[in-house]
Ligand binder design. Sequence first.
Ligand SMILES: NC(=O)c1ccc[n+]([C@@H]2O[C@H](COP(=O)([O-])OP(=O)(O)OC[C@H]3O[C@@H](n4cnc5c(N)ncnc54)[C@H](OP(=O)(O)O)[C@@H]3O)[C@@H](O)[C@H]2O)c1
Length: 399
Amino acid sequence: MSFRNASLRLARVAGARAAASATQKRALSAIATAARPALKQNTKIAGVRGVKTIKFNGTDEEIVYERADWPREKLLDYFKNDTMAMIGYGSQGYGQALNMRDNGLKVIIGVRKDGASWKAAIEDGWVPGETLFEVEDAIKRGTYVMNLLSDAAQSETWASIKPLITEGKTLYFSHGFSPVFKDLTHVEPPTDVDVILVAPKGSGRTVRSLFKEGRGINSSYAVWNDVSGKAHEKAQALAVAVGSGYVYQTTFEKEVNSDLYGERGCLMGGIHGMFLAQYEVLRENGHSPSEAFNETVEEATQSLYPLVGKYGMDYMYDACSTTARRGALDWYPIFKKALKPVFEDLYESVRNGSETKRSLEFNSQADYRAKLEEELVTIRNMEIWRVGREVRKLRPENN
Ligand SMILES: NC(=O)c1ccc[n+]([C@@H]2O[C@H](COP(=O)([O-])OP(=O)(O)OC[C@H]3O[C@@H](n4cnc5c(N)ncnc54)[C@H](OP(=O)(O)O)[C@@H]3O)[C@@H](O)[C@H]2O)c1
């Protein structure tokens, strides 16, 4: 039997097993639902003049600002004299600019003429000479300069951009990368303008899709310079204008350190490494590709991780069999102990600028896209992800 047929057949068997265990999980989830109100007691959300304070077990306190604090009329009034110059129209530029436009703000785009972004902007209804300009022209016209070029491009273009950011304008970033690692990036913001940051916790595509669904992405905000005395308020308002559901405060340093660390860790690199290690050991012990994939990725992403996202880790444990639960409870501290030193090394590599240096060096090469694609092809061709393509086809919704 060919590998493909064998894997299809076994994936069907695994699918049936998954359906059976899903029934057990549903029954158990009813028990977990009953337990949920008790869990909520540890987290209080108290209203303070329309702004929320989250208290975790009565110790740490955080203020969060919500969309409800900035209704549309208030936003329009707040930004009535402003022109938001969105510099860059990649993933984030696209999502944030369209959301601001839909919110009724005056938005213009600044990108290099006839590049991929210029064409994409025209397709989205931005008009050359009216709402679409070359970078320098857009900066001159804007009161808010929203620098959403790629991080490497922010560094490359800074010498020509900086002199245009004149007194009275507000400079905006969505990542602390450029100013925090200024010794490497050479992006030193002017000292006579407000400099703020809103960092959506997701891709620009999600910033847009959640907004269109009437929902909102979670974002952090930070202030680098507060010349006007209004920088915090500007960042909170702008966070809502670009499509955030709620926003919490951070600093530029903490934003960049946590962001680079998170994406190299649990969000992308770490989880990929863990999937690969588990899959390889299953394969080395004679398990079929379908079985190894289902037990490593498919059940995680389709069944268990969504439960963690919706209700929490304890709920997910509670929704699984007693056998599964006992094993996971015994093994998570062992994984934590083994992995913590790796996370400590990773944090240090972020903090001391090594990750920034590597990223700038790699992404500034003329052929960086081709090189990246080569590495992505390697991933695409790994057995685990080839099996994934076949398994996804078997999902009933894909038939
Ligand atoms: N993507 C995310 O998930 C995410 C999430 C949160 C925050 N952020 C932050 O948001 C910012 C923008 O990220 P992004 O992912 O949206 O970037 P991106 O998709 O890589 O966008 C790149 C933009 O930069 C332009 N560009 C690239 N090189 C240029 C150059 N040498 N001169 C002029 N323009 C150039 C591109 O224009 P062309 O089409 O002409 O090349 C494009 O408009 C970054 O600070 C990033 O860290 C990103």
